[in-house]
Design a protein around this ligand. Structure first.
Ligand SMILES: Cc1cc2nc3c(=O)[nH]c(=O)nc-3n(C[C@H](O)[C@H](O)[C@H](O)COP(=O)(O)OP(=O)(O)OC[C@H]3O[C@@H](n4cnc5c(N)ncnc54)[C@H](O)[C@@H]3O)c2cc1C
Length: 318
């Protein structure tokens, strides 16, 4: 009988199994993986380079990057945060490097380094990796769990469930008495059918402010922070609508709200350094006085691309 069966051979399963064995070497631990390969997502992560962690060393600052669960994460990050992650890999011979935007990758620029580190640690700590073991059901006995695979069963005193986004396991957790918050999509782009947007596909604009227009009562009802519903960053026009970091961040902070609205919502975009309409008009009028014959699209107003200025002008005249 196993002491601990870790179900799921992804990053979470491996990290859990290895740390259990580091802290409790006498325990018999195995990883049970449904498919024939483990760590599949780690291999493709970060474009094949694996963005392991981020150079942000204060837990208070780190939680600001997360759209939900800040309070719960603070307690966790106070125990294990990027500094500990860097140290953990260093002790296993994996050096990380920091890019200018703070992302941290292995110096080899290859996710294979992380995969090999996990596999070596499993070998070193005698963690059995059982592939092709799709867990079908789990029976809870008085002192152990019986984990049913396709053709066999494994008994373990304790189990760790690390099956990622498996809906089957979410439902199974409910049968063990856990409560679950319903998941909703996050980090998505916005599908908007508008002639102006279609004309602009491929245009990227830095420093755009994007705000979800929502009634205050709804914001309160969903327990959201109104300030979060306005995000700033680059915006990209695509053939289906809007994308880019500002939109992705907004989709994450507004994930529950947008789901509640059935993905029909109004947004306000400010391309002019968050300036108010009156200020923008004053800037335009000043430009007109200075260069009465010049087209707006040939000015460098608010550093906006000429294609953007040109298309808003032609759209106004339609
Ligand atoms: C394209 C892409 C790039 C990414 N880049 C990064 C990055 O650079 N940095 C970063 O931090 N994150 C990145 N991520 C996110 C990251 O890959 C995931 O958050 C992480 O891999 C999730 O790990 P996990 O162990 O929780 O789940 P998974 O990796 O999904 O592992 C779950 C495992 O459980 C197994 N399983 C499911 N059901 C059963 C069953 N019934 N029986 C047995 N086993 C089962 C699955 O086969 C799978 O192997 C990226 C994701 C993608 C898709």
């Amino acid at each position: 009988m196993l002491d601990i069966a870790v179900i799921g051979g992804g990053a979470a399963g491996f990290f859990a199994a290895i740390n259990i064995k580091i802290k409790h070497p006498h325990l018999k631990v195995a990883i049970l993986e449904k498919t024939k390969t483990v760590l599949g997502k780690v291999r493709i992560s970060g474009g094949g380079r694996c963005n392991v962690t981020h150079a942000c060393f204060s837990p208070k600052d780190l939680i600001t990057f997360y759209p939900r669960g800040k309070k719960e994460l603070l307690a966790i990050f106070n125990q294990f945060a990027p500094s500990e992650t860097i140290q953990w890999f260093k002790e296993k011979g994996v050096e990380l490097k920091t890019e200018s935007d703070g992302r941290m990758f292995p110096v080899t620029d290859s996710s294979e380094t992380i995969v090999n580190c996990f596999l070596n640690e499993c070998e070193k700590h005698q963690i059995k990796i059982q592939i092709n073991y799709p867990v079908q059901s789990i029976e809870k006995g008085e002192h152990s769990f019986i984990i049913h695979g396709e053709n066999e069963q494994i008994e373990a005193k304790q189990i760790v469930i690390a099956t990622g986004s498996s809906n089957y396991f979410w439902q199974l957790l409910k049968t063990f008495g856990h409560t679950l918050v319903a998941p909703v999509p996050s980090l998505f782009t916005f599908n908007i059918q508008h002639p102006l947007i279609q004309q602009l596909q491929g245009v990227a604009i830095p420093n755009v402010s994007v705000k979800l227009q929502v009634e205050k009562t709804l914001i309160k009802k969903l327990g959201l922070n109104a300030a979060d519903l306005e995000q700033k960053g680059s915006l990209l026009f695509t053939h289906w609508g809007l994308s880019g970091p500002a939109i992705l961040k907004l989709s994450a902070v507004g994930a529950r709200l947008l789901n509640h609205q059935n993905y029909e919502f109004d947004i306000a975009l400010n391309f002019c350094d968050e300036a108010k309409e009156e200020t923008v008009l004053n800037v335009l009028n000043a430009q007109r006085k200075l260069n009465p014959k010049k087209q707006v699209s040939t000015t460098s107003i608010y550093n906006l691309p000429s294609r953007f200025l040109e298309s808003t002008r032609s759209n106004d005249s339609n």
